[in-house]
Design a protein around this ligand. Structure first.
Ligand SMILES: Cc1cc2nc3c(=O)[nH]c(=O)nc-3n(C[C@H](O)[C@H](O)[C@H](O)COP(=O)(O)OP(=O)(O)OC[C@H]3O[C@@H](n4cnc5c(N)ncnc54)[C@H](O)[C@@H]3O)c2cc1C
Ligand code: SF4
Length: 479
């Protein structure tokens, strides 16, 4: 075993050798930007791993993947085994390898990162998932039920999951593997949650998400699309109609607005609507597909997170010549992934920092300009980031044809309006404990509906935790 204090002869993959579409061509299409490692690149990168005695990387992973274990299998060219090692803890490596903020998680903790680049753990994870798809063995992990959870009558115990995003899909898959009869209710006509309606194709191809959904179905989960719980059925109706336990995973799909004059003008979109039109409804293929989305030469996106970056890069691909990303703090405070910020800059997105909109101005009902004010950073706020403070008299106009608002999302209230007995916090998120238990007997909740807008891996982690707790409850009846 390699001692982590001894520096081995290491070859680093020059970052420019990681293949990706070049900016000039990729802004004209919606195909994936990153093309992933070749076998050779993956092998070379795996050799950089020090095989630490106490690997810090795994401590940084929210689902505790045995990172050193799977990298060691890559080194031995045992790619299928390496994929299975990941699948022990994470059923969606193709998704997580692409969109997880590894720089804040496993790669942040990697010992190599102190003096050098950390091991590209996310890219290795993605490599294995793609290898599995190409060699069609990716879904051969324990697909059979682990226990025979029947009610003594030969019938399986029924569980309901509401919302087919990463939390709901993970929970459903885990419960099905345990032997439960799982129905997954999804409001939209397609399963995947934000993975299909929010994150664009150029970052996460929908075929990858479809593959994960098919995997969950192959475990026996019945997915009922176009089923809005709270409208089509209530939670009490589910519990009264044979479902022993319910997991709520309805996410944070309600967009926040700025509350400034002019937000009701034509040409103002929430990022949620803009991205849903383009991604889920394939607005970028209009008129071959039915859903239109307005295209103008100048687009202004408000916000600094992944949602804002995805909106700005989408606008560019829809043909905008100038895309401004207007953010009230500085680049250091931007919550978006470092890689996405880099890609956005390469694609010519103009970052307008320390600037905040105060009014949207229009003509004949359509957006024309956005009035902004300059900001400066003051003392840190409760999030630990320096608070932006306005600079009086610094108002100025920016000409724009579209404004996309990407300043955050909250929980959709539809479901909770028909379940007033479930406790919520002041933001409308469901209150659940660390095993996802709510205050209502038999009802669990997890993912963004509990935490507020967070990450895919945290939502998946909650789905796993909830499945274990639901299993305990359904077996024992003890709440
Ligand atoms: C544009 C965008 C980019 C992002 N980029 C990243 C990224 O790069 N990396 C990362 O880790 N995270 C990213 N995130 C965050 C991440 O996608 C979310 O944290 C994650 O999807 C939350 O999962 P979830 O299962 O809790 O909810 P969701 O993915 O929101 O899924 C909830 C599902 O519930 C359904 N639903 C809602 N109400 C009902 C109802 N009443 N009945 C039935 N179904 C219902 C919804 O239609 C949806 O399908 C991004 C988010 C957005 C919006
Ligand atoms: S990935 Fe980094 S922290 Fe993890 S075992 Fe390898 S060198 Fe050590």
């Amino acid at each position: 075993m390699q001692n982590e204090n001894i520096k081995p002869a290491r070859k680093k993959i020059p970052r420019n050798k990681i293949s990706e579409q070049q900016p000039a061509s990729r802004i004209k299409n919606f195909s994936e930007v990153e093309l992933g490692f070749s076998d050779q690149q993956a092998l070379l990168e795996s050799q950089r791993c020090l095989m630490c005695k106490n690997p810090k990387c795994t401590l940084g992973c929210p689902v505790e993947i045995d990172i050193k274990g799977f990298i060691s299998l890559i080194k031995d060219k045992k790619f299928h085994e390496a994929l299975e090692k990941i699948r022990e803890k994470n059923t969606m490596p193709g998704i997580c390898g692409r969109v997880c903020p590894q720089e804040d998680q496993c790669e942040k903790e990697c010992i190599l990162g102190i003096k050098d680049d950390p091991v590209a753990i996310g890219k290795l994870e993605r490599f294995l998932a793609d290898y599995g798809i190409k060699n069609s063995k990716q879904n051969n992990s324990e697909e059979t039920a682990l226990h025979n959870n029947n009610s003594g009558t030969g019938k399986k115990i029924k569980a309901a999951v509401i919302g087919a995003g990463p939390a709901g899909l993970t929970c459903s898959g885990e419960l099905a593997k345990m032997g439960y009869d799982v129905t997954l209710f999804e409001a939209l006509h397609k399963a995947g949650g934000v993975l299909v309606y929010g994150i664009p194709e150029f970052r996460l191809p929908k075929s990858i998400v479809d593959g994960e959904v098919e995997y969950v179905k192959s475990l026996g989960v019945e997915i009922k699309l176009n089923s809005i719980v709270g409208k089509t059925y209530t939670i009490d109706e589910l519990l009264d109609n044979g479902y022993t336990s319910v997991f709520i995973a309805t996410g944070a799909g309600l967009p926040y607005f700025l509350g400034i004059p002019g937000e009701n003008l034509n040409g103002v979109y929430s990022a949620n609507e803009y991205l849903t039109r383009v991604n889920l409804m394939k607005g970028y293929l209009f008129p071959h597909w039915d859903t239109p989305v307005k295209r103008t030469s100048v687009v202004s996106v408000i916000g600094g997170g992944n949602v804002a970056l995805d909106s700005a890069r989408t606008a560019k691909r829809l043909g905008a010549e100038k895309v401004y990303l207007i953010y009230r703090r500085s680049e250091v405070e931007m919550p978006g992934r470092i890689e996405e910020i880099k890609h956005a800059k390469e694609e010519g997105i103009e970052m307008v920092f320390l600037t905040n909109p105060v009014e949207i101005k229009g003509e004949n009902g359509w957006v024309k300009k956005i009035t902004c004010i300059k900001m400066q950073l003051g003392d840190p706020d409760e999030s630990g980031r320096r608070r932006p403070v306005t600079i009086p008299g610094s108002e100025h106009d920016i000409d724009t044809g579209i404004v996309v608002i990407a300043i955050g999302q909250g929980p959709n209230p539809v479901l909770m309006q028909t379940s007033p007995d479930i406790s919520l916090n002041k933001w409308g998120n469901i209150i659940a404990d660390d095993i996802c238990k709510t205050n209502k007997k038999g009802v669990f909740a997890g993912g963004d509906i509990v935490t507020g807008a967070a990450t895919v891996i945290l939502a998946m982690g909650a789905g796993k935790v909830a499945a274990r707790a639901m299993d305990d409850y359904m077996k024992t009846g003890v709440w």
